[in-house]
Design a protein around this ligand. Structure first.
Ligand code: SAM
Ligand code: SF4
Length: 327
């Protein structure tokens, strides 16, 4: 079992499989001049398999595949086939922009991968194109509807962006009136690879909830596991649920159970901190399982207590980009 220096059990791995993406969401990465890593710095599928297996052997029982956009990686399904059969893994899930998932939906279902987090920050084409800088709205919307029809557990992640998609909050919320999906509103974080710098946000989880209350005053708070990052609600008579993720306000650090590994093998023990170690050379040069396990144990034994503590590792603007961290 992995237990950190603040006595928190770490059982959840967010594994980024690439830093590449076919969209350019402005809150995540700049439009140009992105420093994508060289191909040989990305972990290979075989290395990702070893890493996943080692982590599961050490007590990880939930893995989320993220990126960049996981499905830009042509060999992704090979990795998913492998991870989905790891005996001690209880949950395998994917975070995706849903542009490329279409041809894989049947196989994902066959592999028993149920949980799909789908990022969608607009429910109309024009706003979608402004935010993502790409013309993919119809594809994403079509794939989302297919995933819902096929019975996947779909969670829609919507980042609330001042002056950009406020008008879409209620229309996207309405999806959960008709369909059994969870619509989750996220606070924006200042991570887009270097150009964003803010110390406060107008649309925090409290403001978002107040706004929703103006339209739907009768909602009930749902019980959630201690480690959940979302605060979840149900509107009576609606099929699904909605939630708020205070990713900027960081109300959930005390029960954080997660570890992030980037596509180059960097270990990130807090989203707001800097990478703590790189595992790539350990996986490549004279690989020894015991060395890899010891390295993982070391990083977990040296975690910041909160995202506010970890943030002090940065000066001014965050260099972090979500496309390398994976969200
Ligand atoms: N490409 C996939 C996608 O968009 O779902 C997976 C990777 S993306 C980096 C993972 C999550 O991070 C997405 O839900 C995205 O909305 C979120 N994200 C990216 N940049 C963010 C930011 N600056 N603040 C808050 N969330 C962010
Ligand atoms: Fe790509 Fe996801 Fe980042 Fe958007 S949020 S640019 S879809 S990695």
């Amino acid at each position: 079992m992995l237990i950190d220096n603040h006595n928190r059990i770490i059982n959840y791995l967010r594994l980024a499989v690439t830093d590449r993406c076919n969209l350019r969401c402005h809150y995540c990465m700049p439009s140009e001049g992105i420093n994508f890593v060289k191909n040989d710095e990305l972990l290979t599928i075989e290395e990702l398999k070893i890493l996943s297996k080692t982590m599961v052997d050490q007590g990880i029982d939930k893995i989320r595949i993220t990126g960049g956009e996981p499905f830009v990686r042509k060999d992704l399904m090979d990795l998913l086939r492998y991870i989905s059969q790891l005996r001690d893994l209880k949950e395998l899930s994917i975070t995706t922009n849903a542009t490329l998932i279409g041809p894989h939906i049947d196989e994902l279902k066959a592999l028993g991968i149920q949980n799909i987090n789908l990022s969608l920050d607009a429910i109309n084409r024009e706003t979608f194109e402004k935010i993502t800088r790409r013309d993919q709205y119809d594809v994403v919307h079509g794939n989302m509807m297919r995933l819902i029809e096929e019975g996947f557990n779909v969670r829609i992640n919507f980042i609330v962006l001042e002056d950009q998609n406020i008008q879409d909050i209620i229309p996207i919320l309405k999806l959960q009136e008709t369909y059994p999906v969870a619509v989750r509103f996220l606070e924006e974080m200042p991570f887009n690879g270097g150009s964003k710098n803010f110390n406060t946000i107008t649309w925090n989880y409290k403001t978002i909830l107040e706004y929703i209350k103006g339209f739907y005053p009768n909602f009930e708070k749902l019980a959630a596991p201690k480690t959940s990052t979302s605060i979840n609600y149900k509107i009576p008579g609606h099929q699904g649920t909605f939630g708020l993720i205070p990713s900027f306000s960081r109300t959930f650090c005390g029960s954080c159970n997660r570890l992030r590994i980037t596509a180059t093998g960097d270990v990130i023990t807090c989203l707001y901190g800097k990478p703590k170690m790189n595992l790539r050379s350990l996986l490549r040069d004279n690989y020894l399982e015991s060395d890899l396990k010891a390295a993982i144990q070391y990083t977990i034994g040296n975690r910041a207590k909160t995202g506010f503590d970890a943030q002090r590792e940065h000066k001014n603007v965050f260099q972090n980009s979500m496309t390398s961290i994976g969200g």
